[in-house]
Design a binder for this molecule. Structure first.
Ligand code: B12
Ligand code: SF4
Length: 590
């Protein structure tokens, strides 16, 4: 990293931990599909410490980074490199609640080798922000001698590195009460070799933090705050140029809601300039809310800046559920217009859908998914369990009331039922989740999505790949598509602490069979979808395809059928359409 003149070194090993599957093996792949922005952020901060020689002119700070989701962590090797450098630390990065048990196991192994370990991320920040006392798992980490970092590290990393180097690191660093400004803050960056482990060589940056809304299941507002903090167009340009110098021009902008970034327009204008004047081949993936279509020029500028896909927090179509979760900003009567506005710019839409709101039952969920298929032009729908994530208002309430919640943090990945539901048993809820994937990704509907996609000019290869991954990940690999990667790895010895390491004579035959079964299922799915896409694309009728979901509203007052279905649940306080009594009566009679 640095020149040879320095006499001493301080090595920082940054690891973004993964988490465990149901058999206790680390969820890990040869290649992942989404980069870790937390890792890029902390890497950028340590590199800055190295450049500024914060440990003195004679100390080289060396840094290495790995995302455990796509890289096998060699604990002994990393420990050896720190020892060879003469000093250093291990950073466990961006640890979410579901990754905390794995992070603890890694920390335990490094501590057993006598190394300094500092851990940060949403689990620590969320718990410290919302709970009256430290929960048992954070205490366990402290008992192991692991240092905890809560809050954001911009402007604070120098202190941590200096404290560790001096042997005076604090047990807990708590910066939750002071959010750093993002203008001119050190920006996220990763070396090419780390980014190359993400399929499509996507890197990431956050153009801003904070969200003004108040969803009760959300942790972000309690950790990063509700005030929009944002990078400047100059910073964003610098991020793009630094990555482009390494051949990377595809980015996931990780703002939870880029539409509420107060600097969205100058940032997009700068990206458009880079694309149109300097011919940077920028591709963007962004997250937005369901009101973004109301912001003049927002969607058009996103598309011109290179946005080819968006993640949307649709969450639910039942107004009762949305109100219950304080997601008042989701106005179901505007969903179709918003989705059509993105399609008009050939942008693919991924929408998150949460299962398990208090009034949900298997019947209402099945009904709602069928409505979405018929009436909303969403390309990819992904399902989550409503989960009381540590750091959210929901979690705090249950915790303070003493309501039972699953004590195993590994399950807080939005793929498990972690607490009780008023109308569904755990078994029912679990089968509803599995059924949701099956119900949405029927061959018939996948074909409809392909037709709609081609008719809207959406990139065919991207659509086909996404349909394959989102249809197969949960059903074939047993993991959510957001955790998916290519070629699953399962290491016999990397098993959850306390679980036995299986005898090789039993492990390898089991693993071989497991691999073949999964590979066969994938091959069949890929083959089927490819043939379907070829057939659909060759059909001359596809280009002019239209159905209820693609049809724009004929006039301003026209209401979707599903809005009529929920008419009696829509609060009449915030711009909701007035549904005539006769329509309410007709729907009730259906
Ligand atoms: C991008 C993103 C992803 C990406 C990439 C992950 C990543 N961490 O970059 C992907 C798509 C993979 C992802 C997946 C999931 N995610 Co996610 N994700 C995010 C998102 C939107 C941004 C993350 C980010 O870059 N933040 C900015 C960075 C800079 O903040 P940070 O991670 O807190 O890091 C700062 C500090 O914590 C500190 N710090 C962190 N580590 C360390 C270490 C040391 C040593 C020090 C000193 C400091 C330090 O310094 C950093 C810089 O200030 C966040 C929401 C958010 N606003 O953060 C959700 C979020 C982290 N995700 C969440 C969840 C639940 C998931 C999933 C489980 C669910 C799902 N199915 O989507 C999966 C898990 C998959 C997996 N195994 O990783 C939750 C976690 C809540 C919790 N209590 O655990 C969040 C908060 C969103 C939410 N719903 O509330 N996610
Ligand atoms: S809109 Fe998204 S980021 Fe904002 S509070 Fe709701 S869930 Fe959180």
């Amino acid at each position: 990293m640095q020149g040879n003149s320095a006499k001493r070194a301080f090595r920082v090993v940054l690891i973004k931990p993964s988490h465990y599957d149901q058999d206790g093996y680390v969820i890990q792949w040869l290649r992942t599909t989404i980069p870790s922005n937390s890792l890029a952020s902390v890497y950028g901060l340590i590199e800055e410490c190295a450049r500024a020689r914060v440990l003195g002119p004679d100390v080289d700070i060396e840094v290495e980074a790995c995302d455990e989701c796509n890289t096998i962590v060699d604990v002994a090797g990393a420990a050896e490199r720190i020892r060879a450098a003469g000093a250093g630390m291990v950073g466990l990065i961006g640890v979410q609640s579901n990754q905390f048990p794995r992070a603890l196991d890694l920390g335990r192994q490094f501590r057993a080798r006598g190394l300094t370990v500092v851990m940060g991320g949403f689990h620590i920040s969320g718990c410290i922000a919302m709970l009256p006392t430290l929960p048992a798992d954070l205490q366990e980490a402290l008992d192991l001698g692991i240092h905890l970092f809560a809050g954001e590290a911009e402007g604070r990393m120098v202190q941590v590195v200096r404290d560790v180097a001096a042997g005076k690191a604090k047990p807990v660093y708590n910066y939750l009460n002071a959010m750093p400004e993002m203008a001119a803050a050190v920006y996220p960056i990763l070396p090419h070799a780390v980014v190359a482990r993400v399929a499509g060589h996507y890197s990431s940056f956050d153009a801003g933090r904070g969200c003004p809304f108040q969803c009760s299941f959300c942790t972000i507002i309690n950790v990063q705050g509700r005030k929009s903090r944002y990078r400047t167009p100059d910073d964003v340009e610098a991020i793009v140029r630094a990555n482009a110098a390494q051949g990377i021009t595809r980015f996931f902008i990780t703002d939870d809601n880029f539409a509420r970034n107060r600097n969205w327009e100058p940032i997009l204008d700068r990206l458009i300039e880079l694309r149109e004047r300097e011919l940077f081949n920028i591709r963007l993936l962004i997250q937005v809310d369901t009101l973004c279509h109301r912001i003049p020029s927002f969607i058009e500028k996103c598309a011109r800046a290179g946005c080819t896909a968006i993640f949307l927090g649709l969450e639910n179509i039942n107004p009762e559920s949305l109100m219950g979760a304080k997601k008042r900003q989701n106005k179901i009567w505007e969903y179709r217009d918003m989705l059509l506005a993105w399609r008009a710019q050939h942008v693919m839409t991924y929408a998150g859908y949460i299962l398990g709101f208090p009034t949900d039952t298997p019947e209402t969920i099945a009904r709602d998914i069928e409505i979405i298929k018929k009436e909303l032009p969403i390309d990819i729908l992904e399902f989550f369990y409503l989960t009381p994530l540590p750091g959210s208002e929901d979690h705090k309430k249950l915790y303070l009331r003493g309501t039972p919640m699953d004590p195993d943090m590994n399950k807080y990945d939005l793929e498990h039922a972690c607490t009780g539901h008023p109308l569904m048993s755990k078994e029912t809820w679990t089968s509803v989740y599995a059924d949701a994937w099956k119900r949405y990704y029927t061959d018939q509907h996948v074909e409809t999505i392909m037709r709609r996609g081609i008719a809207s000019g959406i990139n065919r290869t991207k659509l086909l790949d996404s349909l394959t991954i989102f249809s197969g990940a949960a059903r074939i690999e047993g993991v959510h598509p957001l955790q998916f990667g290519f070629f699953r790895r399962k290491l016999r010895r990397q098993r959850r602490y306390g679980m036995p390491v299986v005898n090789p004579l039993l492990f390898y035959p089991w693993r071989a069979l497991d691999f073949l079964k999964v590979a066969w299922q994938w091959l069949r799915l890929i083959w089927r979808y490819r043939r379907m896409m070829t057939r659909v694309a060759a059909d001359p009728a596809t280009r002019s395809y239209c159905d209820e979901a693609l049809r724009p509203h004929a006039h301003a007052g026209e209401m979707d059928h599903f809005v009529e279905v929920f008419a009696d649940k829509i609060p009449h306080t915030h711009g909701a359409p007035i549904v005539p009594e006769r329509v309410v009566a007709a729907v009730a009679a259906e």
